[in-house]
Design a protein around this ligand. Structure first.
Ligand code: ADP
Ligand code: MG
Length: 596
């Protein structure tokens, strides 16, 4: 039998490969927009005609191409973005496969005009159906302009598969929105059949979202900002009340690339558990940033699907972040992180770009103490406001969704059921859970003991405590941390210890009870999740020594508690993830009196 295998001519191979990358005009739009972004453009204009079937033209002010590159870029596997296989693991550009231009130019009439800032003249290259037509100098501004005419003119079967102009335009708009949303520092314009559809200027992410999706969204989203060592999450999610029966406003980006990932989408949805009806879809515009080497973007030709190395952790972190965002804005009635496998994460705020609150924290403050209320001439009325104005925020985003700017009116402060502190604000009411608030204050104070050990107060009558052998071992294990926290505990025979000193602020409490309670809580915390030892002991001690429900507080004690709460790094949740305060605004109150 004669040999029958041939190598396909280059342009036919490209046409076949084009099937994967270029399905419709919108695919061309995506590839060209991404190339402009990769080229460092700050202004990108997209012009389409007849749903992109007759014309797609993209003009950018990016770095442009040299004369040789202008010809080279249409070759298959021609890319400036990676050089070795190793580069695949550190990709930070949108493209890297070097396929798009080869594919597009094999199924359309393409004209490229490009100029680098150094060059005196630009270069024009024309290619039709994969066949080189001409290359010549031209006059053009710095940057690149691709015009793609008559897509699939040489593949009638595929041209016939295209839908109505309106449908193709919808697909184009989808791609345009995704790229534009991921790059709020770039200005984008979209013109279809001579009509300007979008013209969004560079600005904040929120401005970009509102610019693309409509400004009515403004009151319907809350900010999400979390940083953990391996992943950070930024963006906005819809309030539960704004969830829709239909899909629509779901945008997930990983390293600024629009991604479809049912697993992560499920995590987001799950954060709304019991907040929205089953089958409703919350809006979200979320940006995950991960180390490039922990994801594989190369599993799909259009790169809209990726694989995470550690999907489970990403799931937990996404869910917790969204829950926290909703909780912080009082949109979730109560959040119980104890049930959550990502508990550890929920408290690890180490990497968050927080600013130190303006209010000075007095570490030796203890509201139990006589005279604790003698106040260090602060201006009560503005304390809360002062904090709000300095509230943590990421530098790139506007604080639009921070707590409403409100002033606490400290002259109107009282206790409800010896459980809640109620104060008037300029915009309504603020209710604070006294036990959770104090637990948070103490927890943050104890956490600092690593850098700043708590002073120990020697006991006048050292007490001996008999322990189970398990607890005696535990005390030994914890002795370093206990010392930092101001406990002076010495062994006293088998399974017995003597308490010679206690943390200075706790001297009014029964030291034996404190120690036993501490051990109990420590063990209980350990059942839930494995916490870091210091973290656990601080939590356990805060839990154990905080003022409890039923404790009557003086006005000055309440004021101090509120002051210290809002001086905390995190003041919305107790160390166990419970909501500390709730606001009732004037309009909430008005609503109570409205008849429908
Ligand atoms: P990839 O984006 O995967 O590298 P493409 O086929 O999309 O492959 O582009 C090939 C090359 O052409 C790019 O690597 C880049 O060097 C160059 N290029 C494409 N578009 C532009 C542009 N708008 N500005 C400057 N260079 C571009
Ligand atoms: Mg590309």
């Amino acid at each position: 039998m004669p040999d029958i295998i041939n190598l396909l001519p280059e342009n036919i191979a490209n046409q076949i490969a084009a099937g994967e990358v270029v399905q419709r005009p919108a695919s061309v739009v995506k590839e060209l927009l991404e190339n402009s972004v990769d080229a460092g453009a700050t202004h990108i204009t997209l012009i389409v005609k007849e749903g992109g079937k007759s014309l797609i033209q993209i003009t950018d002010n990016g770095k442009g191409m040299s004369e040789t590159d202008a010809r080279m870029c249409f070759e298959r596997h021609a890319t400036s973005k990676i050089k070795t296989a190793d580069d695949l693991f550190t990709i930070s550009t949108k493209g890297f496969r070097g396929e798009a231009l080869a594919a597009i130019s094999s199924v359309a009439q393409v004209e490229l005009k490009t100029k680098t800032p150094e060059a005196t003249a630009g270069t024009l290259v024309a290619i039709e159906g994969g066949t080189f037509v001409l290359q010549e100098p031209c006059s053009c501004g710095n940057g690149t302009s691709f015009s793609v005419k008559n897509l699939f003119f040489n593949v009638p079967a595929r041209r016939n598969f295209l839908k109505d102009d309106a449908v193709e335009l919808r697909h184009i708009i989808d791609e345009f929105e995704r790229v534009a949303m991921a790059h709020c520092d770039i200005s984008f314009k979209l013109i279809s059949n001579g009509n300007e559809i979008y013209n969004v200027l560079s600005g904040s992410l929120l401005q970009r979202i509102l610019g693309l999706m409509g400004s009515t969204l403004k009151d319907k989203v809350v900010a999400v900002n979390e940083d953990t060592p391996n992943i950070s999450i930024n963006g906005y999610v819809g309030t539960p009340a704004s969830a829709k029966k239909k899909r629509g406003l779901q945008y997930l980006f990983v390293n600024n690339r629009f991604i479809k990932n049912p697993y992560i989408e499920h995590a987001i949805k799950n954060a709304y558990f019991q907040l929205i009806p089953d089958g409703d879809y919350p809006a979200y515009f979320l940006f995950l940033t991960v180390l490039p080497k922990t994801i594989d973007v190369n599993i799909h030709p259009t790169k809209t699907e990726i694989k995470f190395e550690d999907e489970k952790t990403v799931y937990a972190i996404v869910k917790t972040s969204v829950k926290r965002a909703l909780g912080k804005n009082n949109l979730a009635p109560s959040i119980d992180f104890e049930q959550d496998p990502s508990l550890e994460f929920a408290y690890s705020k180490t990497q968050t770009a927080t600013q130190t609150p303006r209010i000075e924290y007095n570490p030796s403050y203890n509201p139990f103490k006589e005279g604790a209320a003698s106040n260090k001439n602060s201006d009560w009325k503005t304390l809360y406001e002062g904090y709000i104005n300095n509230a943590p925020q990421t530098p790139t985003q506007e604080p639009l969704f921070e707590l409403p700017k409100t002033e606490v009116l400290f002259d109107k402060i009282f206790q409800l059921q010896n459980k809640y502190i109620v104060t008037l604000t300029t915009d309504g009411l603020l209710l604070i859970d006294q036990q959770r608030a104090h637990e948070r204050i103490l927890y943050e104070y104890y956490k600092k003991s690593k850098q700043q050990p708590v002073h120990s107060q020697q006991e006048l009558f050292p007490q001996t405590v008999e322990l189970s052998s398990h607890d005696a071992m535990l005390i030994q294990e914890l002795s370093d941390d206990l010392k930092l926290l101001g406990f002076d505990i010495a062994p006293f025979g088998k399974d017995t210890v003597v308490i010679q000193g206690t943390p200075v602020d706790l001297s009014s409490l029964n030291s034996v009870e404190v120690l036993n309670g501490l051990l109990e809580n420590y063990k209980l915390n350990n059942l839930d999740v494995k916490l870091d030892r210091h973290e656990n002991i601080c939590r356990a001690l805060a839990q154990n020594t905080s003022i409890k429900y039923g404790k009557e507080l003086h006005t000055d004690e309440m004021k101090l508690l509120v002051e210290h709460l809002f001086a905390c790094e995190e003041f919305s949740f107790s160390p166990h993830g419970k909501i500390i305060y709730s606001q009732i605004s004037q309009s909430d109150i008005d609503k109570l009196f409205k008849r429908n």
